[in-house]
Ligand binder design. Structure first.
Ligand code: 13P
Length: 229
């Protein structure tokens, strides 16, 4: 089955020339991927009809919030998805901020991709399920609308490490069991062209959230090829 391929470009590409090369190289793949560029380049992708997500949104609707981007302005520009709760931001957020961001996104008809995942200490203590259940409960308090989850163990992000196939399958089954609808669950954390064959065999994965391996269009094309069979 074809998988969702979401690419979080983080702050990897920092010139308009790099962005334009990236767009040129991936123009034939644009129906197979969703790109999350940094805000300053969102419109470059939207102009070229890519499906686009935003890496973060404000927990407020509008007003005196310097440096923030509202869900309304993202929607108005043509953004389709909002990544919320990424671990690279989570540590700076208050307990209820993620919940408020999700509400902002849903109020503005953005599709929410909620990131959850345990750190290494919790993984070693076998507390993964306990941690992600709590993260989901806090993030989704009083929210009934459907969302997408990305399971991203913090210790697997940018480290070249991943959990074992069986562990990922078990956690994804567990996440799906917590919802009363058929939720889509992605896996993220050191997905690459080297391990995609193996990761793609995990039967209950609905797709991947790719970081650094998505920055090189050729590497990304290899990943797309494996996952679109
Ligand atoms: P890496 O693929 O670089 O580990 O990053 C994953 C990630 O954080 C995606 O949001």
């Amino acid at each position: 089955m074809k998988k969702l391929i979401f690419v979080n470009l983080k702050m990897y590409l920092n010139t308009i020339e790099d962005i334009q090369n990236y767009i040129d190289n991936l123009k034939n793949e644009k129906d197979k991927i969703v790109i999350f560029p940094s805000n300053i380049y969102l419109y470059e992708f939207i102009k070229q009809n890519f499906q686009i997500g935003i890496q973060n949104i404000s927990s407020y609707p509008k007003g005196a919030h310097t440096g923030c981007t509202s869900a309304l302005s993202a929607k108005d520009l043509g953004v389709k998805y909002a990544l919320i709760g990424h671990s690279e931001l989570r540590e700076y957020e208050k307990k209820d901020t993620i919940n408020q961001k999700i509400k902002q996104a849903l109020n503005n008809n953005l599709k929410v991709v909620l990131c959850i995942g345990e750190n290494l200490e919790h993984y070693n203590q076998n507390k993964t399920k306990e941690i992600i259940k709590k993260q989901i409960e806090i993030a989704l308090e009083n929210i009934k609308e459907q969302i997408i989850i990305s399971y991203e163990p913090v210790w697997a992000i940018g480290t070249g490490l991943t959990p074992k196939k069986e562990e990922i399958k078990d956690i994804i089954d567990y996440i799906k069991s917590l919802f009363n609808y058929k939720i889509k669950v992605l896996y993220g954390g050191s997905v690459s062209d080297k391990n995609i064959n193996k990761l793609n065999q995990i039967s209950n994965i609905d797709g991947f959230l790719i970081g650094s391996a998505g920055v090189n269009p050729n590497t990304l094309k290899k990943i797309i090829e494996v996952t679109q069979k």
